[in-house]
Design a protein around this ligand. Structure first.
Ligand SMILES: Nc1nc2c(ncn2[C@@H]2O[C@@H]3COP(=O)(O)O[C@H]4[C@@H](O)[C@H](n5cnc6c(=O)[nH]c(N)nc65)O[C@@H]4COP(=O)(O)O[C@H]3[C@H]2O)c(=O)[nH]1
Length: 502
């Protein structure tokens, strides 16, 4: 078409230069348009290329994000999100593999079950944040006291588990357990305060104490339970004997269920004295279980069990009814009117029928409310402050007295103590028994006496065993005391006899 135009121009008779100039213009315009078209095509191609590259990149990003998500899900499924340690599921897998390996190469393994002593108390008194903080710090400390090849995991709550592979002799395990106890013994800073924490460790060995995961875990748990029973802050290897003891615990539990019906509980009584005059000021009722086969069982062996399974509620009801009745019986026999103290466990105190049960016991026995003193521990006090204060106020309205028991062993916030409507502060026996040999405990005990008195409480020293202790307490203006130095807890008949003659 353009060639025809050029020929057309020549035909109309223009000079050669003019004709060439015109053809040249048309040619340049043609080249320019071709160049523009090529650039356009190149730009479009470049844009398309970039688009496809971006598409590929974003596809790769999506795939990477999906992989990352899958990795996160897997991490969360196999790790404890508080401490970042492997969780039960991952530990179980790794343990299974290690057992197979140890089996094939005839090696030993050690499984350690760890449980924090009194973790609940810390959680309850300092709050869950401090409890979580402690668990995180504990996880880190455990990791630091082990070798790379050892494995530590958190099973949940305050339970940790450790696997030591390639053990050749038991002493290696003992060394590691000692190292762990020492690492944990250093103070922890929680809620800006320093705390000392202890743990109990139960150890089961592969293959001696079990050849599969379940048996090893169960036996390490049994050993841990016995380490706790034996005074906490210690470790214990599993043995057949421990297993028998655990079976005994089970039978104890089933026996406890029938003990109330079978009338197997007894109350023993211990008196309190005025420090200055030596006059008897009150009586404490202490529970015992007269087991048909095992004999007289002290409360600490079955009360935690009764707390766990809820039996403490009917047992506790029986305790304050019996104690009120006994007090009235003594009054009827002509003995002076004295206060009767009864221990209340946490589960009982927060039970919805608690106030009604106290009221019923008073009404039924016709004992004056001001003669009933309920002893609660520091951990009850700090568990749920608002609720506790509400219950204490209602008890006050009923005229009942309240004592804080085992004072000094918990984590009471001293500044909060004044907010509770309490009457008596009982200093724990462990202070009294250690204040003569240890000057710092003596100072602490006298500080507790001063604190209690300054808050207007009656201060009672528990567990006084010697004249020396009683004399020291007297010089520091303690109000009353209780302990083997005066008398041991005894059955009502013996108590009556003692009262008559003493
Ligand atoms: N080493 C020593 N110990 C002394 C001395 N004087 C008294 N004790 C013992 O110290 C414990 C004092 O009672 P607690 O601190 O309330 O501690 C009580 C209390 O927390 C709990 N408990 C006892 N009876 C009941 C009850 O009826 N209900 C509830 N919930 N808990 C109870 O069981 C704990 C232990 O009671 P028990 O074995 O009777 O032990 C009693 C008592 O026998 C002494 O001079 N030296």
């Amino acid at each position: 078409m353009q060639v025809v135009q050029i020929l057309g121009t020549i035909i109309v008779g223009l000079s050669e230069t003019e004709q060439l100039a015109s053809a040249d213009r048309i040619k340049r315009s043609y080249i320019w348009r071709v160049a523009m078209a090529s650039i356009l095509v190149a730009v479009i191609a470049a844009l398309l290329g970039r688009l496809s590259w971006q598409l590929q990149k974003s596809r790769a990003r999506v795939m990477e994000a999906q992989a990352e998500h899958a990795r996160n899900v897997e991490y969360l499924a196999y790790h404890d999100n508080l401490t970042g340690l492997p969780n039960r599921a991952l530990f179980s897998r790794l343990l299974y593999r290690q057992i197979q390996h140890a089996h094939r190469y005839k090696k030993q393994l050690a499984l350690m079950f760890l449980d924090l002593d009194r973790f609940k108390e810390i959680n309850d008194s300092l709050g869950h944040e401090a409890g979580d903080d402690l668990l995180k710090k504990m996880g880190r400390r455990l990791g630091e006291s082990l070798r790379e090849s050892d494995l530590v995991a958190r099973l949940g709550g305050d339970e940790f588990i450790i696997l030591l592979p390639e053990i050749t002799e038991e002493t290696q395990v003992t060394t590691v357990a000692g190292k762990i106890l020492a690492a944990v013994a250093k103070p922890f800073t929680l809620a800006e305060q320093e705390f000392r924490i202890t743990i109990s460790i139960g150890i089961a060995m592969f293959p001696a104490d079990g050849e599969d995961e379940q048996t090893l875990m169960k036996n390490a748990d049994i050993a841990m339970y016995h380490a706790k029973e034996g005074g906490k802050n210690s470790f214990r290897f599993y043995s057949e004997k421990l297993n028998t003891d655990s079976l005994e615990r089970l039978s104890l539990e089933s026996g406890l269920r029938n003990a109330l019906e079978n009338n197997e509980f007894r109350l023993f009584y211990q008196s309190k004295q005025d420090m200055a005059t030596g006059r008897m000021t009150g009586i404490e009722a202490l529970l015992r279980w007269q087991h048909p086969d095992l004999g007289l069982i002290p409360p600490m062996q079955f009360i935690p069990l009764a707390e766990e399974n809820g039996l403490i509620i009917p047992i506790g009801r029986w305790v304050f009814k019996t104690a009120c009745r006994q007090n009235l019986a003594w009054q009827a026999q002509g003995f002076p009117k004295l206060s009767m103290a009864v221990n209340i466990s946490r589960r009982q105190f927060f039970d919805e029928d608690f106030l009604k049960d106290v009221g019923d016991a008073l009404q039924e026995s016709q004992m004056a409310p001001e003669l009933l003193e309920l002893e609660i521990t520091e951990s009850v006090l700090m568990h749920d402050m608002d609720r506790t204060i509400g219950i204490l106020k209602e008890l006050k309205q009923m005229g009942v007295r309240v004592a804080i028991d085992d004072f000094g062993t918990g984590y009471s916030s001293l500044s909060k103590l004044r907010e509770f409507p309490l009457d008596t502060l009982k200093i724990d026996g462990s202070f009294i028994q250690n204040m003569i040999p240890h000057a710092e405990i003596k100072n602490l005990t006298t500080a507790l006496i001063d604190l209690g008195r300054s808050l207007g409480f009656t201060v009672v020293a528990e567990g006084v065993e010697s004249k020396e202790q009683a004399d020291l307490l007297r010089t520091h203006s303690c109000d009353q005391f209780q302990g083997f130095y005066i008398n041991k807890p005894m059955p009502p008949e013996e108590f009556t006899l003692n009262w008559t003659t003493g």
